[in-house]
Ligand binder design. Structure first.
Ligand code: PMP
Length: 401
């Protein structure tokens, strides 16, 4: 493992050679060269489908494709690579659980607890399945720290609670609820837990066995890998109890006009040609990450977000939504619409995101229309912080003229 050196770390990212300051890594991370190379290598020298053909390229690529499944299983400390299902991303993984696990089981009056801090990807699939089954969505409110209030959770759980949907890390505040506590409470009531790891995985992969996680989802593109590939982890007995949700090639062991027999897990959930280059790219991202002291990199990113928060606080109208130690800094400036600020920052080549960040219920609870989010990664530096703060100052001068 190489010690983390911010200056040389940046060299891995060709996109940084372009002008501008990238502070939108919570939306999607920049890609290191080994990821780009793995994708390019597949298309230039190794193209072949997986799990279908006898020729050498196809056999080799199948082995490498399945090896990445083992790498992801090891990352999450899953005891069996069959528990790792490829999806297009976190969104698709949660929809898979909603439609294939929850929909066949839920009865009218059953309850799904969803935290108020969730991204829409971990709310709308549950609203949809509630509509389909007559189940009820129960809101787990946020507390004063804008985190899901786990003290309230114990009171919300009833004998009808079937599922708890919670994210490992908020994409707005960067806050991380106590997963162990939430999972233990849900399990005491016999409910299963869906953890949205889209943001959290970047800051530390969970040990799914130690935490006793039932379902966990993440997206490759936030973890320095390609778009179009995501992961659903599920406990083997849960996945085995679920019917396929997409039909097509390679998800069945036999088919006739009378019906079909589903494949074993995980292939049962992977109908059609998968995102082969993207899986290989994700594998390259994970191997590349293993080369660095990630704890040091994470600490460095937190320091940058904290510095930016301290420096922006000199603007009297500044309000930070950042949880302690987060690399995500969402903020508002009173009387300034977040979209206006983001546009003025974009004109100064600062890439941030503005709006409700696909978390409308959270913003409603905070009494805000939206926020600007600057998200820091280990490839950012103090120059980026200075550029952001200067650009916000310029924007305010312009708006107040
Ligand atoms: N959950 C959270 C917390 C997220 O930040 C995101 C991405 N914005 C998602 C879910 C959805 O991820 P994807 O769009 O990659 O499916």
């Amino acid at each position: 493992m190489t010690a983390f050196n911010p200056a040389t770390f940046r060299n891995d990212f060709p996109a940084l050679a372009q002008s501008g300051v990238y502070l939108d890594s919570a939306a999607t991370a920049l890609k290191p060269q080994p990821v780009i190379d793995a994708i390019s290598q597949y298309y230039t020298a190794e193209t072949g489908n997986v799990h279908r053909s006898q020729y050498a390229h196809a056999q080799q690529v199948t082995a490498r494709f399945e090896q990445v499944r083992c790498t992801v299983a090891a990352l999450l400390n899953a005891d069996d690579p069959r528990c790792i299902v490829w999806t297009r991303g976190t969104t698709e993984a949660i929809n898979l659980v909603a439609q294939s696990y929850a929909r066949p089981r839920l009865q009218p009056g059953d309850e799904i607890i969803v935290s108020e801090a969730e991204h829409h990807a971990n709310l709308i699939p549950w609203l949809m399945v509630a509509q389909q089954t007559g189940a009820r969505i129960v809101k787990l409110p946020i507390g004063v720290d804008a985190q899901p209030d786990l003290e309230a959770l114990a009171d919300l759980i009833t004998p009808r609670t079937r599922l708890l949907a919670l994210s490992q890390m908020s994409n707005v505040t960067g806050g991380q609820p106590d997963l162990a506590k939430a999972i233990a409470l849900a399990h005491q009531a016999g409910a299963v837990v869906m953890i949205d790891g889209a943001q959290g995985i970047v800051h530390g992969a969970p040990d799914v066995q130690a935490l006793d996680i039932d379902f966990y989802a993440f997206s490759g593109h936030k973890l320095f890998g390609p778009t179009g590939i995501g992961v659903l982890y599920g406990k083997a007995d849960l996945l085995e109890s679920m019917p396929p949700w997409h039909g097509g090639g390679k998800m069945m062991s036999a088919v006739s006009f009378d019906g079909f027999t589903p494949q074993a897990i995980p292939q049962r959930f992977e109908a059609g040609t998968p995102a082969i280059a993207e899986v290989l790219g994700l594998g390259a991202a994970l191997t590349w990450m293993q080369g660095y002291d990630w704890r040091a990199a994470e600490h460095y990113g937190q320091g940058l977000a904290q510095l930016a928060e301290q420096q922006l606080a000199r603007f009297p109208c500044f309000r930070s939504l950042r949880s302690p130690n987060a690399t995500i800094l969402s903020f508002t400036l009173s009387d300034v619409h977040p979209n206006d600020l983001a546009t003025l920052l974009a004109e100064q080549q600062i890439a941030v995101r503005a709006g409700h960040h696909c978390a409308q219920p959270l913003f409603a609870a905070l009494g805000l229309d939206g926020a600007v989010r600057a998200s820091f990664a280990p490839y950012n530096n103090e120059h980026d912080v200075t550029a952001l703060v200067t650009a916000v100052g310029n924007a305010l001068d312009l708006l107040r003229d």
